[in-house]
Structures are given as structure tokens and as C-alpha cells.
Design a binder for this molecule. Structure first.
Ligand code: AMP
Length: 139
């Protein structure tokens, strides 16, 4: 299992040291908008366990995380008017992981609109705030 860095960016978001556009939170899970969205409504669902990747979380914790993904994804899809939802999760740098705190991507997909490449650029804060407001209103 990979080592866990307690100062990674998502750990800082969990500690309230770095802001995020929060969509949902419970005792085990936090969901917020990706700061470099590949589609409108690109959301990250993270565990509150100190798990670097899929292999570092307890089965119970993984169940809770995926239950939140399952509950949020269709609501986010509807909120942004998408036609489908891509769920992605990367383990290890070789597989495309850049933040080593377990997270699941929810990517609402609209017919005919291609996915932007990973980490192409930061979204405008105002645009993210508007998207977050729209999604929160539908949860
Ligand atoms: P990955 O590790 O490749 O599965 O993806 C990490 C994701 O975290 C990328 O899509 C980044 O755009 C996103 N990201 C990095 N820093 C932040 C942040 N401070 N707030 C929200 N999303 C972030």
C-alpha cells in the first residue's frame, strides 16, 4: 500500500485549511467540485479515512464512499442537464493519480461534448460557485 501524506491537498480541505466548493458532507465523506473540471459539474467524492488509494481504505469505508457516489451522481447529472455519468478512480501515478488521498470522480457527460483533458486549467471561481449552487439546490 502507498504511504499516506497527511498534508496532501485533500487532507487540507478536510481540515478546513484549503477552501472548496462543497456539495455534500457526512461523517465519513465529503463531496466538492473539482477545481479543474473536465465537464460541467465534475465532482470529487473523498473519504475521511486517511487512505491514499482504493487499497488503503477499509471495506466498510469503501462501501460508504461508493454509496455516496451512487446517491449523488444521478442528482448531479440532472442538475447540469447531462445525458450520462462517467465514474473514474485512479490508483498510482502510473494510472493517472495526482492526489494521493482516495477520491472518486463523478463526471456528468453531455451528448456530443468531449471530456476536457485532465488538469487543463483552473475554472473561474464564479463559474464553479454557480455550478455548486445549482447542484446543491438539487440535492
Ligand atoms: P486524480 O488524482 O488524477 O484522480 O485527480 C485529482 C483531481 O483533483 C484533479 O482532477 C484535480 O483537478 C483535482 N484537484 C486538485 N487540487 C484540487 C483542489 N484544491 N480543489 C479541488 N480539486 C482539486
Amino acid at each position: 500500500m502507498a504511504a499516506y501524506d497527511p498534508d496532501n491537498i485533500f487532507a487540507k480541505i478536510l481540515k478546513g485549511e484549503v477552501p472548496c466548493h462543497k456539495l455534500y458532507e457526512d461523517a465519513d465523506t465529503l463531496a466538492f467540485l473539482d477545481i479543474m473540471p473536465r465537464t460541467e459539474g465534475h465532482t470529487l467524492v473523498i473519504t475521511k479515512e486517511s487512505a491514499p488509494d482504493l487499497f488503503g481504505i477499509s471495506p466498510q469505508g469503501l462501501g460508504k464512499l461508493m454509496a455516496v457516489v451512487q446517491a449523488l451522481a444521478p442528482k448531479i447529472k440532472t442538475a447540469v442537464g447531462a445525458d450520462g455519468v462517467l465514474i473514474q478512480q485512479f490508483n498510482g501515478a502510473a494510472a493517472g493519480q495526482t492526489v494521493f488521498h482516495l477520491h472518486v470522480h463523478i463526471l456528468p457527460i453531455k451528448d456530443g461534448v468531449p471530456l476536457r483533458p485532465q488538469e487543463t486549467g483552473m475554472a473561474e471561481p464564479d463559474a464553479l460557485a454557480m455550478t455548486a449552487e445549482k447542484i446543491r439546490a438539487s440535492l
